[in-house]
Design a protein around this ligand. Structure first.
Ligand code: ZN
Length: 306
């Protein structure tokens, strides 16, 4: 009797946030999709973001997570920065290629009226401005590029970025659905790109597939996984999943790093804090954690620095 082999590790991985990487049309298409409800909910809780900011930051966090998967170098960090003249002012997200991402908004508590279609008005929250992408590897000068924001809804802006900066025709969808209690109900996204050597047939089929496609959050609401989304978007194009990996909101800050920040202040400032028995507080913008350094520890820093 035939029976199916269940890979428990794989099944467990797909129950939580994860990123799927795949290919289609004989390698002419590369595709990435993610589900990131836990990642975006953690950002919401860490920064106490309003629903509008949860959506804006969530979209950029997922873009970072997916773009991190395009990196070939294990130690490469990618930082996406959005700056605009809207009330949120800016968003910063940093991701590695292990599915880890962290990020924050300049103003986390912005509320704006919903758009006519009932969606959160991310475009108005960000306003007109610029998207910058920086690739950073130890020992190598960072590489960066900037593009003007086109709609400030993030997905379209990334599509535009890939075309202008990398000359890669792309389609990017990122969506966050916030529940009435302000928690994250759905979050996910995809990036589909045409690789050098693509044929006109493939372009036409892909355009047909993407035309009138429902939103990412609609697909997630229907119970679709990242792999289902790519199967659907790349139907009739021989989509094949290559890799799946877990993803999360992760900030590597800790007491030791906080201590290094304080040590960098210089002996005079540290001596002042020790003399006034002041506890130093180091706030991490990326994850909202506060690290406290007591006068005893500060005294030790002074001693060590001679
Ligand atoms: Zn942190």
């Amino acid at each position: 009797m035939a029976h199916e082999v269940i890979d428990f590790e794989d099944a467990r991985l797909r129950q939580h946030d994860h990123i799927v990487r795949g290919t289609a049309a004989d390698g002419m298409i590369r595709a990435i999709a993610c589900t990131a409800k836990e990642t975006v909910e953690e950002a919401h809780q860490n920064h106490n973001t309003s629903p509008l900011v949860t959506a804006a930051l969530g979209r950029l966090l997922m873009a970072g997570q997916m773009m991190g998967q395009m990196s070939k170098a294990d130690d490469e960090l990618i930082t996406l920065t959005v700056r605009g003249d809207g009330p949120i002012e800016g968003l910063t997200v940093t991701a590695n290629n292990r599915g880890q991402v962290k990020g924050f908004a300049h103003h986390a508590h912005v509320w704006l009226p919903l758009k006519e279609d009932g969606h959160l008005d991310v475009g108005a929250g960000i306003g007109h401005g610029e998207l910058s992408v920086v690739f950073d590897r130890p020992g190598i000068a960072p590489y960066s590029s900037q593009v003007e924001l086109v709609s400030s809804e993030i997905g379209e802006d990334l599509t535009n970025y890939f075309v202008l900066s990398d000359q890669v025709p792309s389609s990017v969808g990122v969506g966050v659905l916030v529940a009435a209690d302000t928690s994250v109900r759905q979050a996910g996204g995809f990036i589909i790109q045409l690789m050098p050597g693509y044929t006109e047939d493939v372009v036409v089929m892909l355009e047909n597939n993407l035309e009138g496609v429902c939103s990412v959050t609609d697909m997630l609401e229907r119970g679709m996984t990242p792999n289902d989304m790519l199967n659907y978007l790349l139907r009739d194009l021989d989509y094949e999943e290559l890799e799946v990996r877990s993803s999360e909101f992760y900030c590597g800050c800790n007491e030791e790093r906080a201590l290094r920040c304080v040590a960098a202040l210089g002996a005079d400032d540290i001596r002042d804090m020790v003399e006034t028995a002041e506890t130093a507080e180091v706030y991490c913008h990326f994850c909202g954690r506060r690290h406290y350094i007591t006068p005893d520890v500060l005294a030790k820093v002074l001693e060590d620095n001679g």
